[in-house]
Design a protein around this ligand. Structure first.
Ligand code: SF4
Ligand code: SF4
Length: 89
């Protein structure tokens, strides 16, 4: 495990897997910063679940991030935001 895989509460951050549960629970589609399913499908391998896939290939206009409200975020002890805009840590 990488040394920087510890969150602010000193809890080990779990890697997010690309599976049906996490894809279903991802709420990026409801986020104001989400670039849209059609734009993503035209440019990326998979739309959303950026905390697993890494950042979008699109330029993201930051209008807020709702990752902290997401079940995947809680279940994996994530502590960051804007996974669509930033490379994975
Ligand atoms: S934490 Fe953010 S990127 Fe990850 S599944 Fe939830 S809403 Fe999507
Ligand atoms: S990663 Fe965060 S900012 Fe980006 S679309 Fe998902 S919820 Fe919105």
């Amino acid at each position: 495990m990488k040394e920087n895989h510890i969150n602010e509460r000193n809890i080990s951050i779990r890697d997010v897997r690309v599976n049906l549960r996490n894809i279903t629970n991802c709420i990026c589609r409801k986020c104001p910063s989400y670039p849209g399913m059609l734009r993503e499908l035209a440019h990326a391998e998979a739309p959303g679940l950026y905390c697993a896939h890494g950042k979008s290939r699109l330029d993201i206009e930051k209008k807020g991030c709702i990752c902290s409200e997401c079940v995947v975020h809680k279940e994996h002890y994530l502590d960051s935001a804007y996974y669509c805009a930033h490379a994975k840590v």
